[in-house]
Design a protein around this ligand. Sequence first.
Ligand code: TA6
Length: 306
Amino acid sequence: MIGAPAGPDGIAVLNESFGLSDALVFETSPLGGPVARLTAGSSTATVALQGAQVLGWRHAGVERLWLSPISRLGTGKAVRGGIPVCWPWFGPHPSDPQKPAHGFVRTRAWTVVGSSRGDRGIALSFATDCGPADQALFPHLASLRLTVILDEALSLQLETRNTGPSPFSLTQALHTYFRVSDIEGARIEGLAGRRYIDKLVGDARMTQVGTIAIGQEVDRIYLGDTSTVTLTDSPADRHRLQITSQGSGSAIVWNPWFEKTLRLGDMGGQQAFRHMLCIETANAGDDVVMLKPGGSHILAARYGLA
Ligand code: TA6
């Protein structure tokens, strides 16, 4: 296993060990840390070793993910945008507000553990463990592996294995920031009739009626069958993005709108909320994963043009 590279030597070792000619290249990102650049056909993706976080995905000539223009790697804070990995809890810690929101693996260096090229695309795998040093945060032992696959789509598979002697419960998310031309033109289909927890109304339980349009701050955990969701950029948009999930019983829809954008302070502009929309494949809310010793669970998402 190769840890986070220390400068050019580390990048050279990664390319020697896992590079795949021009299809998979490791380099130092302008954001200030090591990244992998994947190329498959006309698509490209960029993944940081920090958090095993996808930072960008360009498909059919269009950048599909939103990334704050003031994002930086190596600051100790999660990068705002792309696909942060939230684990082993989603949102604030259920009982200890001192613990970091969305868990503690999105800011750490993951280890590259494998790469492969198939006839249609590229796969790159990262790993990290929840070990003795993490027990104050999460008193269990676990191994994580995130595999990113770039072909005619972008797929992520997050596998958790309980490597300790005791069972534990887990909530998690692939916290994906999609780029939209203008939030008020975006539409989300596939969640009509689903119950959701409205985080902005005291966790009130509501039911989605029809297609989702966004005209204010939205922070909802949809429950039940959320396995196929479609994002349309605008009514005139021909490119409908389809999100298919596995191992997930919940999906979060989030847009901070204006006031929360100001409070967050790292969105890169007061109107940044107009160009992003989070649709997150998760196990969150009532959707909790229980893992026995030796058990494992895969949370997977695939993004492609419908
Ligand atoms: O997924 C929605 C959410 O839980 C929001 O409540 C907001 O906190 C967002 O995640 C971003 O969280 P972060 O810790 O990355 O600022």
